[in-house]
Write a protein that binds this ligand. Sequence first.
Ligand code: 5RP
Length: 213
Amino acid sequence: MTRPNLQIALDHNNLETALTDVVKVGEIVDILEVGTILCLQEGNKAISCIRHLFPNKKIVADTKCADAGGTVAKNVSDAGADWMTVICCATLPTMAAAQKEVEELQVELYGDWTFEQAASWYELGITQAIYHQSRDALLSGETWGEKDLNKVKKLIEMGFKVSVTGGLNVDTLKLFEGMDVYTFITGRGITASENPIQAAEDFKQEIIRIWGE
Ligand code: 5RP
């Protein structure tokens, strides 16, 4: 089993605070995400600044794109993103158009989606899915549980590289022990911590403890 990646989600309201955090933890984590909030607030400038600071890191633009996939993907790619997200309710033509412009496309799973749809994404050549507990669902009392683990397992069995995200903390990771999770994505688990460097190290060490070097 491969050790899962650690991805930081930069969901800051402005570029200055995002840069403050990414400079601290960028070399500890494996993947840098320009989060949806930051994309909406600052646009592709955020991607190009972070690319400039980290020329060799994988960068994801978390656009959760729903339409105009080709244009959005070309724009984020020109700014320096390697990967981009589309929302699961986007049409197959939107996904296909986006996929042509970025190295890899990730489908963000929110709300209602089916394994039949997932099979059609896979047929299109999309190999990454993000299993998400929405921020708003978590705020209304949802937690990670068996129903989520079963869906993640099934997606992995279908062949997807599955990232997991939504209110993760270091203690949540052990729920996924024994599963071939591709990436753990955390935002506030690092950025809202008093010591983001220590928090990023703690996530990394817990991944290594469970999945090995
Ligand atoms: C919100 C997102 C977040 O980037 C992702 O869920 C990680 O955030 P957090 O760890 O703070 O919940 O995609 O839509």
